[in-house]
Design a protein around this ligand. Sequence first.
Ligand code: BGC
Length: 715
Amino acid sequence: MNRIERLLSSMTLSEKLGQLTMTACGHAVTGPTIAGDSTAAIKSGAIGNLLNLVGAQDVRDMQKLAVEESRLGIPLLIGYDVIHGHRTVFPVPLAEAGLFDPATWTLTAREAAKEAAADGLALTFAPMLDVARDPRWGRIAEGPGEDPWLGMRIAAAKVRGFQGDDLSAADAVAACAKHYCAYGAVMAGREYASVDISERTVLEVHMPPFASAVHAGVACIMPAFTDLAGVPMTANAAMLRDWLRDKLGFDGVIISDYNAIAELIHHGVAADKAAAAALALQAGVDIDMMADAYRNGLPIALQRGLVTIGQIDTSVRRVLKLKENLGLFEDPYRRGARAEDPAELLKRRELAREVAVRSIVMLKNTASTLPLSASVKRLALLGPLADASPEMRGPWWGAAGETGQITVLEGLRDAFPAVEITHAQGVPIAADDVSGMSAALQACEGADAIVLCAGEAATMSGEAASRAHLGLPGVQRSFCELVFARARQLNTPVIVVLFSGRPLVVPWLIEAADAVLAAWFPGSEAGHAIADLIVGRASPSGRTPVSWPRAAGQVPIFFGERPSGRPAAASDHFTSKYLDVANDPLFPFGFGLTYGKFEFGNLRVSPHAVRESQMIEALIDVTNVGAGEAEETVFLFTHDVLASVARPLLELKAFAKIKLAPGARGTVTLSFAAAELRFLGLSLQPVFEFGEIEILVGPCADRAKLLRAVVQLTP
Ligand code: BGC
């Protein structure tokens, strides 16, 4: 008998349910404490998994209770939200998506895993893979943005990064892809609201990143809090059991979201915790996070005949298998035992800086305002985010403290040691205190340039952070308008650094500024990264991974829309458009300026006639006709012109990067498998339909900027 079967055969019901229970563990002055319970529960085997405990010593203490003082000595599985870094914070995932660089996506996850593992953790609740097309939803900050194909690439890269080659290694953590599925489609962008979208959209848009995570070997999956057409994901047997387990072949651990099993009662599909627990278990949820529904409800559900002990055993086996794969039985302390090498920490900070530099998107740069010239003598640094270390972390900051992030003020001081920098906050982020305004306006006098740091607080995106108004919070708009007015009188350029976890709808701000850097939340090295771009030590290269709306009324907005029967035409009133705003976004997906300027030409695509088993290759020449060296991202989209089901106007299939000195030309090669042009036909089964496919290559998802070629799909 193997270890798992041996253990299972000697476990009591309470011990089995302990393995299916995950409870939060906080910090008391004297050490870790477990919410609403006692450490006795670990010793008795009634709790087998923890979340929210960090620190190698605390983890060790808790692990000791399980390993050395419980009857069966089964180690705990301890998880934490390591979303974009643990102690060293990288840019928020949405920002990092805009790097379009799988190797870096993997690397930051690998480094985060090392830090988390050094803290004793064996599981992260990441990557978050919810495709989001509605920036009202705050959790857009945590994920891959609007495109499923991009989400698939990120999913694979992140799973590889967190888990490494060997899950049992002392620096590997189990990944947990979340939140399955379609959470990003909550009604009206409102957090935790209902989801009701077509099966086609679920399968074509929201499922693919999860399929990719499963394919990459993800250890765990977390169902979304939300329902799908009336069936909460936590109890959705069709989505969890039939799709995830049977169709996608996922045999890892499904962990409920926080208290989600108990919330089945609020959803109105379970009368009590026992019924809720039965629904979740039957759907395939193995671990109950924080609801205590399995511990308390499954014994009742067993009595009622709602579940069988065989179903419980199946879940226990999966949890024990994961613990075994993590190497916890061999050495439960291996993760916390590895001291971090200070040189490694330093290198990680450098990586954080580099990734932050590359995630920032330059939205505007009139008359080459940036980089600032070396002759600058005085700078005015204004705004509530100019010296705001905690905010730089963005939502889900892991174990990073409030201090320790490099602020814009610190970054600019380092970059411009000889420049006089006058700093004034002006107004707070969200409160309506205007007492600091006049000092800030005063600071503009005599400045050669004004750097204005505006935006959201870190906690205004992420979980439970939906916003109906997507502008600047508080009195920031009035403040910025006064600064712009004063700057115009003084003839001083204004560089806006915009912080947010979503594209903010601020067309007036972008219009008035001379230059705009969308910094998102850049993490630990925020100020250095921003300063690197402002002084021109680096050329901006980040791209927006979401369409940037002109008006909140345009959302949901995304490039993969399907065609209308009445495409917008200015000359025809009865076509698909708004009376009061253009249809297109202010900045399309993929947009981002650099200190260079790129021209595209000579698109060659082969073969012309393509079979399903072949690769399609596109070559395009790119020339930097600008004044500075820069890196360009080149995108390849397809459009299936005529199909049995209307296909999106653009579908992303490849991207590539090229760095070019001024005046230099290079050729970029992009390729993808023709099989990727399969789609779900009328009966939702994959089909490869013959006919014409447009291949569109260029700098962003704006058809007018893309070069076009055509291939024929053939038998
Ligand atoms: C969030 C998850 C997170 C979990 C544990 C929940 O509220 O929805 O994304 O992993 O808490 O912290």
